[in-house]
Design a protein around this ligand. Sequence first.
Ligand SMILES: Cc1cc2nc3c(=O)[nH]c(=O)nc-3n(C[C@H](O)[C@H](O)[C@H](O)COP(=O)(O)OP(=O)(O)OC[C@H]3O[C@@H](n4cnc5c(N)ncnc54)[C@H](O)[C@@H]3O)c2cc1C
Ligand code: SF4
Ligand code: SF4
Length: 497
Amino acid sequence: MPHVITQACCGDASCVYACPVNCIHPTPDEPDFGIAEMLYIDPSTCVDCGACVSACPVGAIVPGHRLPETAARFADVNAGHYGEPATDEARFPVRAEWRLPMAPITKPARLGGAAPGELRVAIVGSGPSAMYAADELLKHREVKVSVFERLSQPFGLARFGVAPDHESTRSVANLFDEIARHPNITIALNTEIGRDITLDELRRTHHAVLWAGGAPTDRPLAIPGVDLEGVQSATSVVGWYNGHPDFAYSAPDLGTERAVVIGNGNVALDVARIFTADPERLATTSIDQTALAALRGSSIREVVVVARRGPEHAAFTLPELIGLADGPAHVWVDPSELVGVDPDAIDDPTVAAKVSLLHEISQREKPTEPFIRLSFGYTPLEVVGDGRATGVKFVKTGTDQESVIDAGLVLTAVGYRGRAVPGLPFDEAKGTVAHVEGRIVEAGEPIAGLYVTGWIKRGPSGFIGTNKTDSGETVKHLLADAEAGVLPHPGSAAVPV
Ligand SMILES: Cc1cc2nc3c(=O)[nH]c(=O)nc-3n(C[C@H](O)[C@H](O)[C@H](O)COP(=O)(O)OP(=O)(O)OC[C@H]3O[C@@H](n4cnc5c(N)ncnc54)[C@H](O)[C@@H]3O)c2cc1C
Ligand code: SF4
Ligand code: SF4
């Protein structure tokens, strides 16, 4: 039976390069790569060699005959991506330009041109984008990488964002640990650039500085009542249950029977799942122990995840919905909210599969255990309450029918936005550092020796693995600039840490 990619896929494309028969798509060279919710194995061309399994950093690939029941739907999800074509050529149009070098062996590379004998690169941040950039840079023996991280533990949101019950995804930290063991990299923890060391100091002591500081602020929800007690961002809750030091005092009030989450991306689902999970199961994960103790005493029976638009526009991904539907969580959708939304009338196979699964969930008995209700088509008007939140007033989108969902806890999960970095040009419209393909620019001109990658480069989108291709682009330009001799010549003094 062919191999199957499952929920934990974070899109780093390592399997694409390992596969000897090019049956994993979209590849980074194909147009859908940046928007795909995961990668898919074509079951009719997979030769079951298993090479992709060892290439995957998060254990997302399973031989078909060993698929656990909770992941059984992923066989259809993989096959469904390739459709039911009339001919082999139509089903899998292999084009010469799509053929990648198979399982390339990376030989230690040498920098040419006018590159300095030793190229010192500082990376700010140690999240996925930083670690993938370091990995790419370290393929060149002349490069010495110094990583600076403000927190006491490395790897950014791979450690402090990914939900504790997503253990496969969190295992990407093993890959980053391996990168961190390279002899030409150092990681200075508890070191914030802009507080402990200035950006200018870094520039004076390195040929290039690569900013990989992430996109740290929540998008605000501009409705009355968001300042009431009992309203907070889903991010602060994620930080709290993952032990992020910035959110140690963000404990949500769990002494209420119902919580409302406004927004329905994957982060909203993460929080809803953790709030309704059996604490005994969470106890086997890396969840913060203080958060676990609070969850053991929680009164929450229902988490309503509310989206402004209909189910065909759901922001959560299909793999996450499958994980919710077939995993230990209890989930329910009111069938009346799906009336008129026909999966067969939807062209996009991923969206059609999501809607179809939502219909299936809506036919289940309404759970009696703590559960998640996915709700669609309600626009929030205001958080109601007197000093403390007691509910959220919504209007049915596109109508004037108002209703209130009673809730003692309201979480906003409407996305992230990058914060301006002192000393770097900022693109206010995009909420990113201003750049062209990773070269930081001012008035359209590159600033010699300054680069950017990750969420603060492209905005808060994509998965952990998306940062690999993103960082690859930035590093390519950095190395080209080194070879062209256009990087500044720093002094030789090491930066004090
Ligand atoms: C709640 C949440 C859950 C997620 N879950 C998943 C998931 O399950 N699967 C998945 O594939 N993707 C997930 N993602 C997306 C994934 O985490 C991001 O794609 C990825 O972390 C972005 O990487 P980054 O390096 O750009 O930023 P970050 O991971 O945010 O890393 C930035 C790092 O820079 C450090 N830093 C910032 N400023 C400074 C400074 N001045 N000096 C020193 N250090 C600094 C920060 O402390 C941080 O460690 C999730 C995202 C969130 C928010
Ligand atoms: S098992 Fe082999 S042929 Fe099948 S997808 Fe993986 S690498 Fe490709
Ligand atoms: S995480 Fe990477 S290697 Fe694993 S299945 Fe997804 S794209 Fe392939």
